[in-house]
Design a protein around this ligand. Sequence first.
Ligand code: COA
Length: 273
Amino acid sequence: MTRPEGPLLLDTLHDGVLTLTLNRPDKLNALDQPLVDALHSALSYYEPLVDIVRAVVICGAGGRAFAAGADIATLRNRNSGEALLAINAQLFDRVARFPAPTIAAVTGYALGGGCELALACDLRVAGESAQFGQPETGLGIIPAAGATSRLPQLVGMGRARELIFTGRLVGADEAAAMGLVNAVVPDAEVLSAAVEMAIQIAKNDGLATRLTKQALQLVEGNLEHQRRFANLAQGLCFDSPSKVARMDAFLARKAARRNSAAHLAQRHDSGEG
Ligand code: COA
């Protein structure tokens, strides 16, 4: 059984395993509003099908990234009022609450919101190229979509502080050593390894698995107050001139590179240089 595929999110369902593929590879699967909407739409379609969807794998198209974060061009133009809508946080909480267990299959970059999406999944399988990181403070904002709560739970408060404050990227082996990922496999095997794990989960009793997931979430505690604080803090950051300047700098670097690549191609075509 499959739902009609949209261009931004591909979905397949076999043997009780739903695979969702973020499909914006030219932008390293950065999460813009249409992709966020596509994920909501898929989740609302599949959430009630508890007897059919027994495990979920989320991956990114293109191999270079699981997701390189929230779309910076979109964030650049959001103000504090829009930040208070907690668009990504609500999406990732919905992923976390999905009735069946979820597995992030990560190759390449899982940064910012991309890392937070992986953290919202129950399990993570990484390819050797995987790189995890929370670079938000370098962009003048905070990781408000789950990293300040889910990362410490996975890797401990000391490591979470270091990763969030420095924004440094963590490779697959280091991520495994700190408990951030459950398994590391060659890139070419990431999806099949995640699906294999999902099939193993799907073979177990559906009701028992769903209730176990809920029991485990209760151990994680009620993070409502923490979330509200993170959301308010994000609202403050979104109106700061420094956030705008830092995001403009990223976008300008990328535009300059595109222009110089286009310029070089033009010179090459006209036989110059
Ligand atoms: N938002 C919007 N666009 C993004 C993006 C993001 N988070 N991450 C990557 N892209 C785009 C790039 O602008 C580029 O598009 P362009 O070719 O139209 O300019 C395309 O994806 C490919 O990325 P590129 O930067 O060319 O790849 P790279 O190998 O040189 O660098 C990264 C890869 C991940 C290091 C770099 O893209 C990056 O730093 N991205 C932002 C990561 C981030 O800060 N995420 C958190 C956001 S809160």
